[in-house]
Design a protein around this ligand. Structure first.
Ligand code: NAD
Length: 335
């Protein structure tokens, strides 16, 4: 199997490449990534020497570069590349449309033209909008995105649907809840709070801290994508979630407790505009159809995650200092 992974230098993409090459050492994986601020070649140190792994730096919205990649022959695509941070989408929505919508269309077009046998589009539960106190998102929940980020992801989901319906592209969509684990850029809630708590700095919590997210350990997301890649039905959507809803405040308190830091570090800050109140996922379809289930109970996942950030201070330090970008692509052995 020769697989194109887009955005493989980011948080979930890099975990996915490490997972796949561990599980299928004979696979060939081409990692195509622009290396924006969120792309970190350090995440892939473990596979750089693997003979099945190669890296190409490029933009998914660049038709010429994408055509070159597909001309090399590919069996399947797993598409992670995206602008992914909601706060950034509030400040600068344009780049989210360019990458998430236009970039996805460029990939779909190339996949159609070259007849790839599977296209997995990695999307998010945020496309469904916000839930009240009860109920869960199913695959039939209407799309109602509230942020420029989620709107751009919903736009890309609809393009994938159109390529299935119009051109018969064998594409599948996954919509996963919030991920946590190693290699997550420290602008996101869990690594941000861990890195600040370790240093004894104040932990900024939006609004009343009672926004609810359904947290899933990143490796469990990888195993779900693996199953969808190999067994998902073309044209279908699969929700992926940990059945593990927590308020942001609960997450922050767990981190403080694990690190032996006082709750007085919690500082409430003005809420994010359009902040969705609650996400919750019904993952029964992927469980029943593909036999997926998460392996990491939250207590284990969060303990291992905190342990990972504590034992990799140099990974965090190279992000804070900017060194991960200065020498990234050359050390990464770019093709
Ligand atoms: P990330 O921001 O950590 O990584 C994104 C990667 O995409 C980076 O390596 C970046 O360099 C690359 N990229 C950005 N623009 C690009 C472009 N124009 N061309 C090529 N590469 C580009 O994101 P993540 O958290 O790993 O999320 C990966 C995917 O999973 C996204 O599509 C996201 O919407 C989805 N998702 C994320 C979560 C989550 O909790 N993080 C949950 C569900 C779904």
């Amino acid at each position: 199997m020769k697989l194109l992974v887009t955005g493989g230098a980011g948080f979930i993409g890099s975990n996915f490449i490490l997972y796949m090459l561990r599980r299928y050492p004979g696979y060939r994986i081409v990692n195509y990534d622009l290396l924006t601020y969120a792309g970190n070649p350090d995440n892939l140190t473990g596979v750089r020497a693997h003979q099945g792994y190669s890296f190409v730096q490029g933009d998914i919205a660049d038709e010429g570069r994408v055509e070159e990649i597909f001309s090399g022959g590919l069996d399947a695509v797993v598409h992670f590349a995206a602008e992914s941070h909601v706060d950034r989408s509030v400040k600068d929505p344009g780049v989210f449309v360019r990458t998430n919508v236009n970039g996805t269309q460029v990939l779909l077009e190339a996949a159609r033209k070259h007849g790839v046998s599977r296209f997995v589009h990695v999307s998010t539960d945020e496309v469904y909008g916000s839930l009240g106190d009860t109920g869960l998102f199913t695959e039939e929940t209407p799309l109602a995105p509230n942020s420029p980020y989620s709107a751009s992801k919903a736009g890309s989901d609809l393009l994938v649907r159109a390529y299935v319906e119009t051109f018969g592209l064998p594409a599948v969509i996954t919509r996963c809840s919030n991920n946590y684990g190693p290699y997550q850029f420290p602008e996101k809630l869990i690594p941000l709070m861990i890195s600040r708590a370790v240093k004894g700095e104040p932990l900024p919590v939006y609004g009343d801290g009672l926004n609810v997210r359904d947290w899933l350990y990143v490796e469990d997301h990888c195993s779900a994508i693996d199953l969808v890649l190999h067994g998902g039905r073309p044209g279908e959507v699969y929700n992926v979630g940990g059945n593990n809803e927590r308020t942001n405040l609960q997450i922050v308190r767990t981190i403080l407790e694990e690190l032996g830091r006082p709750e007085s570090l919690i500082t409430f800050v003005e809420d994010r505009p359009g902040h969705d109140r609650r996400y919750g996922i019904d993952a029964s379809k992927i469980r029943n159809e593909l036999g997926w289930s998460p392996a990491y109970p939250f207590e284990r996942g969060i303990r291992e995650t905190i342990g990972w950030y504590r034992s990799h201070p140099e990974w965090l330090e190279r992000i804070v200092s900017g060194a991960y970008r200065d020498d990234g692509s050359s050390r990464h052995g770019e093709e």
